[in-house]
Design a binder for this molecule. Sequence first.
Ligand SMILES: CC(C)(COP(=O)(O)OP(=O)(O)OC[C@H]1O[C@@H](n2cnc3c(N)ncnc32)[C@H](O)[C@@H]1OP(=O)(O)O)[C@@H](O)C(=O)NCCC(=O)NCCS
Length: 162
Amino acid sequence: MKEEDLPKVLEISQECFGSDAWNRKAFEREFELDYSYKFVLEKEGEVIGYAIVWKIFYDVTLMSIALKKDYWGKGYGKKLMRFLIEYFRGKAERFLLDVRRSNIRAIRLYQSLGFKIISERAKYYSDGENAFQMALDLEVMDADKGKTAEATHPGRRNSQES
Ligand SMILES: CC(C)(COP(=O)(O)OP(=O)(O)OC[C@H]1O[C@@H](n2cnc3c(N)ncnc32)[C@H](O)[C@@H]1OP(=O)(O)O)[C@@H](O)C(=O)NCCC(=O)NCCS
């Protein structure tokens, strides 16, 4: 992500998160943080998604990920997440993220890549919704490349059971 991508990134953030969307200042601040890694996903030269990841010591944390609505459910989210996992493999030990308990689409995406729910944070979001904290062990994947995601794929077992 470059600063010139911000108008498009802001548009996508707004479309996906509404009143919870980051404002321009929040995105601009990311450019001042040396632990912030910022990516855009482009299709035919157009920015259709973005992701922001913080790397602090041996943990990487997904701070935000979103795709333009027109492109949901077509595999682009998985593509972007796979890229991030590959990018940070060997550079970090653990990939962490928080996701709304009700965001089944995102939870399934993360589970299909091997992420596991490790805790539930009560009233994590401003509207009082809980978050699941999820984690992927990047070192296990390193030792046995690719197998973790397959072996732990939960199929359609979803968050309600956790
Ligand atoms: C979450 C998001 C990034 C996922 O990207 P996506 O491109 O829509 O997801 P994909 O098409 O790559 O699908 C990946 C997995 O999600 C799940 N999924 C996709 N569409 C789904 C649907 N309609 N219902 C439930 N799960 C769905 C599936 O498990 C799928 O894997 P599979 O095709 O191998 O079964 C995207 O939908 C988005 O930007 N949402 C709004 C912002 C957001 O919620 N961000 C996450 C905050 S933590």
